[in-house]
Structure formats: C-alpha cells, structure tokens
Design a protein around this ligand. Structure first.
Ligand code: ZN
Length: 277
C-alpha cells in the first residue's frame, strides 16, 4: 500500500486560517440587545486610529468657541458618558463643537471622541433633544458598529489577498477607514450609511443611555420628527444620509418606551434631574 502525501494547498490555508481566526477570536456581545457580532480589531487599536482621525478633523475644520454651545454639549455629553459606564471601558471622553451651521450632524468615535456640528442646534433646541442625538451616536460606538464594519472589510481583504498590512497603525488609509466606518469625514468626500440593524441598535441603546442620564426619553420622538421634517426642507440634514431612518423608527421607539421610562424613573429617584430643558 502506498501512502499518499497529505498536503494543504497554500491558497486554502491562506483562506481558511484567517477565517477561523476571525470567527473564534473576534466576537463581541452588544450591550442591552445581546447580539453577538464580529469584532476583530482590538479596541485599543481602533481608539488610537480614532484619536488620530479626530485630531485631524480638529485641524482641518473650524472648532467652535461659542460658549453656550460648548457648555451644552459638554454638560449633556458628560451625563451620557456616565450612563454608558462599563459599556466603553478606557474611554477618554472629549466633546467638541465644530463651527458649521449648515451641517446638521454629529458623530462619536471609538475611545469616546464626540463631535457635534453647530447646525444640529437648529433641531436640538433643548438638552433632552441634544441628548437624543448624542446618545444615539455614542451608542454606535458602544455597540462597536465601526469595528464590525472594519472587521467585515478586513475579512474580505484577508480572504482576497492573504494577511498583509491591512491595518497599519498610523497610515492615512487606516484613519480614513475609521472615518468612513463612522460616516464622517467631510474632507474626504465619502460616507457610508449605517445598516438598518445598526440604526435600530443605536436607537435602542441610545434611548437607554439618555434615560439613565436623566433625560426624558419621550424627547426622542420629537427629535426624529424634527429631523424628518428638516429632510423635506431646502437643505436636508446630512445626518439622515448616514443614519437612514426606517419607516418604523417611531414604532420601535414606542415599543422601547416602557423600558426607557423605567430607567428614567430610576434616574430621577437617584437625583439625576435635568434642570436645563
Ligand atoms: Zn445612527
């Protein structure tokens, strides 16, 4: 009897190994919703890339020195950051207002870097309304949506080309990948919308965060109503191009409302009262 040589074709090893590695190493459970998601880029690495992107944005865009806006964004941001707690360990929170009245937009990045364009104040006229958009953006981060998007892209790259320097720490491409994954980066001219699932998850988590921070979750209905209304205006907010609004967003929020009101009630009992409506 003749033994056959067992061998693994190189190309198959190159495909199978990274796929297995991805599936076994990189999974993450999304807070509150409990969904298991692919998540292969270490949080620390993503935070470093996000920090570089954020600093780049601060250099390239005009940072607002409007006292009132900065106070409000920091006040709301800090309260939400406290209710996020362990969902984003090692966060180094930073809340920046970018001076652009035409841009009705906001974003948050891994590591706790949050940007709000001054145009958002046309819609977020109260702290509770501002908490809706900031809570939603921060929820995209705690649910690791950018990481999932990057993980999928990296998986495709690995399968196609084998392991190479797909994620070099400080390269401009990597930073741009983070910006794209977050749907920001006005300077780079490309944006990707979040998936419907990501939107639903961010609505859910964001609602819980703002309620825990002592903001009335019912404000979320008004915020999205105003956003939809602005969409039909002369200059539709860019926000909705990256945060697609499903027809059933309102239904989903109403469905979650008892849970959120319960959290809000607890927050009020703990003395987290929002004095600045
Ligand atoms: Zn969103």
């Amino acid at each position: 009897m003749k033994w056959k040589t067992i061998y693994f074709p190189r190309v198959e090893v190159m495909i199978v190994f990274p796929v297995l590695l991805f599936l076994f190493v990189g999974c993450y459970t999304v807070p509150e919703t409990g969904r298991t998601a692919l998540n292969v880029v270490p949080d620390a690495q993503l935070s470093r890339l996000a920090l570089a992107s954020f600093n780049q944005l601060k250099e390239e865009e005009k940072v607002s020195d409007d006292y009132e806006m900065n106070v409000r964004v920091n006040r709301v941001g800090k309260r939400i950051a406290r209710s996020v707690g362990k969902d984003l360990p090692n966060a180094d929170w930073e809340f920046i207002v970018f001076d652009n009245d035409e841009l009705i937009n906001a974003f948050a990045m891994p590591g706790g870097k949050v940007g709000v364009y001054s145009g958002i104040f046309k819609i977020a006229t109260t702290d509770s309304l501002l908490a809706v958009v900031m809570g939603h953006e921060i929820a995209h981060v705690t649910a690791r949506h950018a990481n999932q998007r990057l993980s999928r892209e990296l998986l495709i790259q690995f399968v196609a080309f084998g392991i190479d320097s797909a994620m070099e720490d400080s390269s401009r491409e990597s930073r741009n990948a983070v910006l794209t994954a977050y749907g920001v980066g006005t300077s780079f001219g490309y944006r990707l919308p979040y998936s419907r699932l990501s939107e639903k998850e961010a609505d859910h988590l964001g609602l819980i965060y703002l309620a825990r921070a002592g903001y009335d979750p019912v404000a979320s209905l008004e915020f999205w109503r105003r956003m939809e209304e602005a969409e039909t205006g002369e200059k539709p907010p860019q926000f909705l191009s990256t945060h697609p609004s499903g027809e059933n967003r309102k239904d989903h929020l109403l469905e979650l409302m008892p849970l959120a009101l319960n959290e809000y009630e607890k927050a009020l009992q703990e003395g987290k009262v929002n004095y600045s409506k």
